[in-house]
Design a protein around this ligand. Structure first.
Ligand SMILES: [Fe+2]
Length: 496
């Protein structure tokens, strides 16, 4: 690998550790590095993994602009999406599979399930992580260095600035010290949160204290590539509608409905609208009632059932060829604890005249074989308050951490209520092609190791609560993924 690093340094380009790892996974790393060097723009100072992948297989077709603002021109053209039959398959969903009964044993089963699932992920990987030993064997044996897999019971900082992590498995627990002089290791340790499962290489210190030499998260294989379709079918992601709120953005919403019906937009924009076959709604479809103190003062519609009725009427205005996938969020009328089941039948029956698919939160489903993980996103706040490097208004960065940890909401006892299901539905067992969240009312798009990341905006203007927190939402935007290109773009319906 030294030769590869040298090649890049001779050219004056720094290379990120992930990018270097990717190059070293190739059959002939040196030739691959030379090929990449021949394609790097001369201004490039740092080479990232994403850039390498782009240089490796440049798209033959031109990428869409990242954000398109709606244009007022319009005319009716035949939508391409009408040519395709619906193809949605639910892969994993708690709906119909609720198992917790409310006894003490429930939580033990939940955590056991989490541990088993993530250990299985580690064991399936070929990066030297499948040789871990149980904690009781580590304590007994006089081994100098060993790898362990365990759940984080506690993580704290000492007065001298060291990090101490309490790790446990089914039979035992140990304390692991993270030395502060190893910068990379210390940075990795900043991401450790309660109740997550990770792998640590340790050496024996004094008095049963172990010292970490490396930390590994289950993560996603660096060579993972997303599936793509042969056809230009598009999926739009429309989160946090909050029907019933005084702050619901009716004008922007109407503009979007008109665009989807081919009534407005320039010819390019109308063509994109005509390719949209699916709309995914990742939760907070209505504002709800009694979700927070004095919410009634902020409501236009104070009956939750009527809120759903109004939304159902709005969705009837969408073109007939669009299938709508609806997931609940923390404002919806289902149990607040996650995983949440789909909306109950009485509410589902209000929606008619279109193809609706009701799913739980989170849910894995596929559209024409492209896998989507949709999660409302309440735990984004827990991640950002527990990990110093994360910010609540940068949801895509938080989503990358969730993928690295292969868990949507590991922290128990934070802002996210967790239902002790006997199976942990929040483990990211499958690697999706698209991972979408909502909840933070921001519109952002990203990519992590072949997974398209989306936070799907909202249709509610800044609330008084958000104003108090000085939080500025980014509403009335519609992220769209072209399943052939595998890339996301955004339509902006805000008034210029
Ligand atoms: Fe919301």
């Amino acid at each position: 690998m030294r030769e590869v690093v040298q090649l890049f340094s001779e050219r004056g380009t720094f290379i990120e550790p992930e990018a270097l790892e990717y190059i070293s996974s190739k059959d002939d790393p040196l030739s691959f590095a030379r090929e990449i060097i021949s394609k790097i723009p001369s201004s490039s100072l740092v080479l990232t993994l994403e850039e390498i992948k782009k240089l490796e297989s440049p798209h033959e077709e031109k990428e869409e602009k990242t954000v398109m603002r709606i244009s007022p021109v319009g005319s009716g053209e035949k939508p391409l999406a009408r040519e395709y039959d619906e193809d949605v398959k639910i892969i994993k969903d708690v709906t119909g599979n609720i198992s917790c009964r409310g006894d003490v044993e429930d939580f033990a089963k939940l955590f056991r399930s989490r541990f088993e699932k993530i250990r299985k992920i580690f064991k399936s990987q070929r990066r030297g992580l499948n040789d871990s030993i149980p904690l009781k064997n580590l304590k007994k044996a006089k081994v100098k260095e060993a790898r362990i897999i365990g759940m984080v019971r506690d993580v704290r900082r000492t007065q001298k600035g060291y990090i101490i992590v309490e790790i446990e498995d089914e039979e035992d627990s140990i304390s692991v010290l993270i030395p502060k002089d190893d910068h990379h290791l210390y940075q990795q340790a900043q991401e450790i949160v309660y109740d997550e499962v990770l792998s640590i290489k340790v050496t024996r210190g004094r008095n049963d204290l172990f010292i970490a030499t490396s930390i590994a998260y289950p993560d996603i294989n660096i060579n993972h590539t997303k599936r793509r379709l042969d056809e230009h079918i598009c999926v739009a992601f429309l989160s946090d509608i909050h029907v019933g709120s005084k702050k619901f953005l009716k004008d922007e919403w109407n503009r979007m409905i008109k665009w989807l019906n081919g009534e407005i937009g320039n010819s390019r924009q109308r063509e994109v609208a005509g390719r949209i076959k699916y709309i995914v709604i990742p939760g907070d479809i209505v504002d709800g009632v009694g979700v927070y103190p004095n919410q009634d003062k902020e409501l236009d519609i104070t009956d939750v059932y009527k809120q759903y009725q109004v939304l159902a009427k709005e969705l009837e205005r969408l073109p007939d060829h669009i299938t709508i996938i609806i997931q609940p969020g923390n404002h919806d009328a289902v149990r607040p604890a996650e995983p949440q089941p789909a909306l109950e039948k009485e509410i589902q029956d209000l929606f008619s005249g279109k193809n609706f698919v009701f799913v739980g939160n989170p849910c894995y489903f596929s559209i024409h074989g492209i896998e989507i993980l949709s999660y409302h996103g309440q735990s984004l706040l827990d991640f950002s308050t527990n990990i110093p490097t994360l910010k609540y208004n940068q949801p895509v960065e938080i989503m990358k951490v969730a993928l690295r940890k292969r868990h949507l909401a590991p922290i128990y006892g934070g802002h996210t209520p967790i239902a002790p299901e006997h199976e942990d539905f929040m483990v990211i067992e499958r690697i999706p092609d698209i991972f979408v969240t909502g909840h933070v009312h921001l519109s952002s798009i990203g990519e992590y190791r072949g997974v398209t990341l989306i936070n799907a905006s909202s249709w509610q203007a800044q609330t008084s609560y958000q104003e108090m927190l000085n939080f500025v939402p980014d509403p009335a935007k519609l992220p769209i993924v072209d399943l052939k290109m595998g890339k996301a773009t955004t339509m902006d319906f805000n008034v210029v």
